[in-house]
Design a protein around this ligand. Sequence first.
Ligand SMILES: [Zn+2]
Length: 268
Amino acid sequence: METDLICPKCRAPLSASAHVYTCPAGHSYDRSKEGYVNLLLNAKRGTHGDNREMILARRDFLDSGYYGALAEALAEAVSCRLGAHAHLLDAGCGEGYYTAACDSRLANAQILGIDLSKEALKLACKRLPNAAFAVGSLYDLPVADESQDALVCLFAPLASEEFHRVLKPNGLFVMAVPGVRHLFGLKQVLYDSPYENPQKDSALEGFALEEERAVDTRATLTSPRDIAALFAMTPYYYRTPAEGRARLAALDTLQTEISFRLLIYRRV
Ligand SMILES: [Zn+2]
């Protein structure tokens, strides 16, 4: 079966069979027992991307629906713009939460997810057995030029030159950025004088902004595990002083704003 994936050694198209992906030059890549294929060359031994514990915590947090409004807005933005049989790439798909949201609203789409983390992809394969998943770098996507009708990138690095390369002309690109008040309730616990998030400029070279949509909700986290999982998903995790961490660890519930801007572009 033909795929949108390319050989990381010679960049020729990869064909898929039940257990292996091969290129015309004879390079081959085994499918893992979970179903993903590793197309990252020269990978150092050890874990790439996030560790398993963090990935499971994040999956459980997302499955609790705290970011459900964002997933719904994303799925709506994608499904109202794509016809049947669309090719959609989730760049930095992680455990496939947003990939699945897109898939649920698309008819007969060819869904592809790429991530650095094998552990995350194992979970993604379970979530979406009919999608294709590959280990790869967003900065060197193992994906054919101009092969995708849509590309979504939720909280993964913005490799906009590669995204531009793999999208068809006028292809859809959707990403999300934090809103001004995103997680303010969390920041009020962590910091003595929390700041609002800066409003980033949405201009992106090679892309034209088609629509910007605010997704604003509030959430009440009702367990220390969910609170810890949310904290670990944020950049504050790495830079919060000990007193702030201790205040958060003492909480059983947390109320906070959940606020995103969904940015919808066309590749030009
Ligand atoms: Zn090859």
